[in-house]
Design a protein. Structure first.
Length: 276
């Protein structure tokens, strides 16, 4: 049996890819009105993004249970666990703690990203595993993808990110004080303010321009993701597909509740994984 890939629900991988490559998903948590709700498992209110909600990473016990089941299914070949950036979530720390119990048969990879930034790293691992690669080679493929992923996102406001500590107070103040639409990027696992633009349309145009600069003449995979903004995501996907015909169709997905709570409604992002 091949090495099994495990990730968390923040990766937002489409169901067809999860199923075809046998990727396991550990749910992260949404904290709302005293309730601990599991992403992708428990029912969430339709007005979640209008309410005061928090999030929590997966606990070591949850991860250990997922790793143990995956290791059993791999018949000892091993497990590669790809998770949300350690700079953005406690999940990586919990994953490393949980993996210690498996004597090196569970390898943990920090994606240094989020959403499909983590997803593309998990895909690299799972594709290598599906071709029969051993644990060491699967880890190498995942680690290579980490360095080839670039993530950008336009949000409507920075308030949620400031409250949760996912972005610095100074950057948040700039976004609020100047009434701008912030273009953010993930840099070394951290969410940083990359550009300040006056309108949403200009911010999205700037994001598309940055994606085109990153890809250049290279081959790449890309995903367009959103929080309650499917129309804008579809438009960005169509623009990029037209400008990058060699890169194939975009993966278009929502960013999910764990990331949506922090980014807020209206957010639109692009993640690119440049080919080797």
């Amino acid at each position: 049996m091949p090495v099994v890939t495990v990730t968390d629900s923040a990766a937002r991988l489409p169901r067809n890819l999860l199923q075809s490559l046998g990727i396991r998903v550990v749910p992260l948590h949404i904290l709302l009105d005293g309730h601990d709700l599991r992403d992708g498992v428990d029912e969430l209110p339709a007005d979640l993004y209008q309410r005061e909600a928090g999030t929590a990473g997966a606990a070591p016990a949850e991860l250990a249970a997922a790793y143990e089941a995956a290791l059993t299914d791999s018949v000892g070949a091993g497990v590669v666990a790809v998770h949300l950036s350690a700079e953005l979530s406690s999940t990586m720390g919990s994953a490393k703690h949980a993996a210690r119990a498996f004597d090196g048969r569970v390898a943990v990879v920090d994606s240094r990203s989020a959403a499909m930034g983590s997803g593309f790293v998990a895909l690299a691992a799972a594709r290598a595993a599906s071709e029969g690669a051993d644990l060491e080679h699967v880890v190498a493929q995942a680690s290579s993808a980490v360095d080839r992923v670039h993530a950008f996102i336009v949000v409507q406001r920075l308030d949620n990110l400031r409250r949760s500590g996912r972005i610095g107070t100074a950057a948040s103040w700039l976004g609020t004080a100047l009434a701008i639409k912030p273009l953010l990027r993930i840099d070394a696992g951290r969410l940083v303010l990359g550009q300040r633009v006056r309108t949403t349309s200009r911010a999205i145009a700037a994001m598309v321009e940055q994606v085109l600069e990153v890809v250049g003449e290279q081959r790449a995979e890309f995903a367009v993701q959103h929080v309650d903004n499917a129309g804008a995501a579809a438009e960005v996907a169509a623009t990029l597909e037209s400008a990058l015909p060699a890169c194939g169709p975009a993966i278009v997905t929502d960013l999910g509740p764990v990331l949506g709570v922090h980014l807020g409604p209206g957010a639109v992002g692009v993640v690119v994984c440049v080919a080797r």
